[in-house]
Ligand binder design. Structure first.
Ligand code: RIB
Ligand code: CA
Length: 310
């Protein structure tokens, strides 16, 4: 089977960590590099968290840290969701490898230009690094197959009533990416709020046992509490949706839309505005994921976690 070369740009973050664990478990994917963004926490913390998680699962991809803040705005983090460390809950051992001595944009450019097959980008945090890449090195686009990102929401936001966190943190970066003319698969809140891990799924992880299933159970214990307090039925696994679509697209339903990013609105900055007028002539730029087979999604993840114990 021909593997899909991917680069994951993430801001770990509990669900980013689970997206990394899923990606490295799947033989369909060849994770060529991991870059980190500032978002859920500062770049120092998201970098450390990425190193800890990758070390824990025994993976040591080329890794680099990106921008310390959004293109124009001050950084807004999500300590109330992911904790002060950005990965509160489990106590992970110190990392056993270091990042590359280059910024993320350089690792992205080098990896994309040196990979013989067109690369799939998988951003699961704010899009600052990807926007910088496209601005500094537009030539990379000819060797990018698609972007499968977690971000946005057609129906609503989460960080504000209009905007989802990743897009809200850096709307200008998202605007650059959504105007890139590259194929974009958008795993927005429309689908990720249905991609729920329930209490019984976490209990199943503990019944299965093993280092990685137990780590994920501990990550979800923390992540779950925040969302239960918000009357969710479970923990929405946002970022793993962007990875799961690449390996099992049949789990999802999707529609094509033209999506614009609001960068100016007093109340709507960061909104992913989809043109849903049936008579519209705007050219779609996004495949928006709208629904998921939750049981199939949970099973895909659990099988991935179990695979580390073999
Ligand atoms: O809104 C959810 C997104 O924001 C996820 O990527 C989560 O990790 C946070 O970055
Ligand atoms: Ca994230």
């Amino acid at each position: 089977m021909k593997k899909i070369p991917v680069i994951i740009d993430c801001d770990p973050g509990h669900d980013d960590a689970i997206a990394l664990i899923l990606a490295f478990a799947r033989e369909e994917l060849d994770v060529k590099a991991v870059t980190v963004s500032a978002g859920n926490q500062s770049i120092e913390k998201t970098l450390l968290n990425a190193k800890k998680v990758l070390s824990f699962i025994g993976k040591h991809p080329p890794l680099a840290a990106g921008a310390t803040k959004p293109l124009f705005r001050k950084l807004e983090t999500a300590a109330e969701v992911h904790g002060e460390s950005g990965l509160d809950g489990p106590s992970l051992p110190a990392p056993d490898f270091s990042e590359e001595p280059v910024p993320a944009v350089e690792l992205l450019r080098k990896t994309i230009m040196e990979t013989p097959e067109p690369v799939t980008l998988v951003p699961t945090g704010p899009l600052t690094n990807i926007a910088i890449l496209f601005t500094a090195y537009p030539e990379v686009k000819k060797n990018i197959r698609q972007i499968s990102l977690m971000g946005g929401g057609i129906e609503a936001g989460n960080w504000t009533s209009a905007a989802e966190f990743n897009i809200f943190v850096d709307p200008e970066a998202a605007d650059i990416v959504f105007k890139s003319e590259l194929p974009i698969i958008m795993a927005g809140l429309d689908v990720t709020h249905k991609a729920l891990f329930l209490r019984e799924d976490i209990a199943e992880l503990r019944r299965i046992g093993g280092r990685v299933p137990i780590l994920v159970a501990e990550l979800l214990d923390f992540f779950f509490e925040y969302h239960i307090a918000q009357d969710f039925a479970g923990a929405p696994l946002h970022d793993p949706c962007a990875v799961a679509y690449l390996v099992k697209p049949e789990l999802f339903s999707a529609r094509q839309y033209h999506v614009d990013i609001e960068t100016r609105g007093e109340h709507t900055a960061g909104m992913t505005l989809a043109d849903r007028r049936h008579w519209s002539k705007t050219k779609p730029n996004v495949t928006a994921l709208l629904d998921v087979d939750r049981a199939g999604f949970v099973n895909l993840l659990i099988e991935a976690f179990k695979s580390y114990e073999k």
